[in-house]
Write a protein that binds this ligand. Structure first.
Ligand code: 5RP
Length: 219
């Protein structure tokens, strides 16, 4: 089974959590693209979606699912998104697709975060995947120096501007043992828009695609 087939299995499994008449929070990435394909089969039953990126908005609209502005919606039952890494506490690294800030906003509005991954994303300790940090461009060098003080090796993601007009620094060589604490420390640096650690608001349900099927883990 390929990695993409495992992503597809997890994406389609998330359809079971979609309820009639609801507005669904939709993340970003290749696993979520499978979820969007699945959602298309039930598009008549839902009111629409709140999207976490321009890319997901375009995909949702192309298949005829109305996309609401996050400001029009006071609560979402579910938010479905992928992750770059997830640990046994359901803390995640996200932002491989540079959509971390909007992902964090939509996740915060939702009652339940359903994380869809293939089994390569499960780790004991976060940090092998470089931690994305969205930064206001004028703060790039300052934040880079601060991230070195925190023990990481930041690398500017060449050629990437986020949907919010900012840049991404990917922090290599971190071994993240206290994800909540590191999330607070990096978020507190002036010029950081969002760090791609999702620990203070982690996942609630984990759907893992593997050659043996989809494993469901609930907190
Ligand atoms: C985008 C993300 C994605 O959820 C993450 O990068 C996983 O992507 P994929 O499903 O393509 O493996 O955080 O910013």
């Amino acid at each position: 089974m390929t990695q993409d087939e495992m992503k597809k299995a997890a994406g389609w499994a998330a359809l079971d959590y979609v309820t009639k008449g609801s507005i669904v929070g939709v993340g970003t990435g290749s696993t979520v693209n499978h979820f969007i394909d699945a959602l298309a089969t039930r598009k008549e039953e839902i009111k629409g979606a709140v999207s976490s990126s321009v890319a997901s908005t375009q995909r949702l609209e192309a298949i005829g699912i109305p996309v609401f502005d996050a400001n029009e919606v006071s609560a979402l039952d579910i938010y479905v998104d992928g992750a770059d890494e997830i640990n046994p506490d359901f803390d995640m690294i996200k932002g491989g697709g540079a959509a971390l800030t909007r992902e964090k906003i939509v996740a915060a509005i939702a009652k339940k975060f359903i994380c869809i991954v293939d089994n390569t994303k499960e780790v004991d300790v976060l940090g092998a995947f470089p931690l994305p940090v969205e930064v206001i461009p004028m703060a790039r060098s300052f934040i880079g120096r601060e991230l070195v003080k925190l023990g990481g090796d930041p690398v500017y993601r060449e050629g990437v501007i986020t949907d919010n007009g900012n840049i991404i620094l990917d922090v290599h060589n971190l071994k993240i043992t206290d994800a909540k604490d590191l999330e607070s420390k990096i978020n507190a640096l002036p010029g950081v828009v969002t760090v791609g650690l999702f620990a203070q608001r982690g996942a609630d349900v984990l759907l893992v695609g593997s050659p043996d099927g989809v494993k469901t883990v609930t907190k």
